[in-house]
Design a protein around this ligand. Sequence first.
Ligand code: PGA
Length: 252
Amino acid sequence: MRTKIVAGNWKLNNTKEESKKLVKALKKGLKLSKLKNTRVIVAPTFVNLSASLKSAKKSKIEVAAQNMHQAKNGAFTGEVSADMLQSIGINTVILGHSERRTYFNETDTALAEKVSAVLEHQMETIFCFGELLEDRKSNNHFSVVEAQLKNALFHLKSSDWKSIILAYEPVWAIGTGETATAEQAQEMHAFIRGLIANKYTADVADDVSILYGGSVKPTNAEEIFSKPDVDGGLIGGAALNASDFIAIIKAI
Ligand code: PGA
């Protein structure tokens, strides 16, 4: 059975104290809820990873990084490597978020290298991808998503896929308040699973968790999560508020 996952991408938000407070509030709110087969992940900024990990101790909450550099080490000012993350107890990293692609020029080629670096370290990634509004308007959304997956992930072996979590995030729905309909999410997730089944096997495709991201809120989470190929969500804005994030987790 596929694992359900609700992950909060905190982006450039929360000081150390705010991060600790938010993790503690989530811990308190999630204590009594029975979350079977569900993972809860939060992704604070690099400098608050350790403090968040400490606050998350003895809870179901896992902590992930928002990005990582592909090199082992070297002259890459301002970057963070897999070894560095692992050395502080981080084993999950978000890669390929549309904000990284848009504002920091991350290419599919660089992302393929980052994914390989994650796997070399026996870490896992929440790999993000999704089409722009113009791609959807011109009916190119399937081919754009297919190219993103092929270019960054299809060099992997079947066995590598146990370390891959996919997050389909249509760019037009991120932080805009506009959400893909549950039907649009389901249609794309089924398409993605089909691509993986074709390239690898039906078993590999069946086992990969595919999250939806883009303006998920307590009011729409249940409907989106009810779709058979939607295995959870990657949440931005609503993950910054403990009660909203808890409500979304409970909707799974
Ligand atoms: P949003 O962000 O929920 O604020 O739309 C989602 C994301 O960027 O992962």
